[in-house]
Design a protein around this ligand. Structure first.
Ligand SMILES: CC(C)(COP(=O)(O)OP(=O)(O)OC[C@H]1O[C@@H](n2cnc3c(N)ncnc32)[C@H](O)[C@@H]1OP(=O)(O)O)[C@@H](O)C(=O)NCCC(=O)NCCS
Length: 144
């Protein structure tokens, strides 16, 4: 099976969204609406990638940074295309782009029950941060 890895462009949103909606382990929220993803891509130009096979999006990675550390979201590969190095290729592209941006380390989230995702990240050399707990704080104003 052949695939190409290339930059994630705004025109890729619908194909990517369709992949995310059918992929276990990808959590979706209001931050994944089209306007939010296009804003994310504009804020982090050249850092996110897709894998394409015969014109279809079969893999994605969203990569951004805050000027200090990188953050990876939505690494996903279609079930029909797994274990062929697509995620590795997407990650390599994202890491190279972060390095180019002078970022030395990046973080990522994996659901605790996602054994395949955790196996991938461990094989990729990522370290689990058992000393840290993740907290989230809402910023949007409460609805009145
Ligand atoms: C995790 C995921 C992205 C891996 O994609 P992939 O294209 O199949 O991964 P690769 O082929 O690049 O795998 C590279 C290496 O990672 C490891 N790996 C990948 N999937 C694995 C699995 N299911 N079990 C064990 N090891 C795995 C292997 O070491 C593999 O090398 P090998 O095939 O030579 O043994 C894919 O399974 C997926 O989309 N899962 C659902 C979404 C998800 O969990 N995303 C990650 C959490 S953010």
């Amino acid at each position: 099976m052949s695939f190409v890895t290339r930059c994630f462009t705004p025109a890729d949103y619908l194909g990517a969204r369709s992949l995310w909606e059918t992929t276990d382990g990808v959590g979706l929220s209001s931050a994944d609406e089209e306007h939010a993803i296009l804003a994310y891509l504009a804020r982090n130009p050249g850092l996110s990638f897709v894998a394409e096979d015969k014109g279809n999006i079969v893999g994605t990675i969203l990569v951004g940074h805050d000027g200090r550390r990188g953050l990876i979201h939505h690494l996903a590969v279609a079930a029909s295309h797994r274990r062929q190095g697509i995620a590795k290729s997407l990650l390599d592209a994202g890491i190279a782009a972060l390095r180019e941006a002078q970022i030395e380390k990046c973080h990522l989230y994996v659901f605790e029950d996602n054994a395949n995702g955790r196996a991938f990240w461990e094989a990729a050399g990522a370290s689990r941060r058992v000393e840290l707990a993740l907290y989230s704080l809402p910023v949007a104003a409460p609805l009145s």
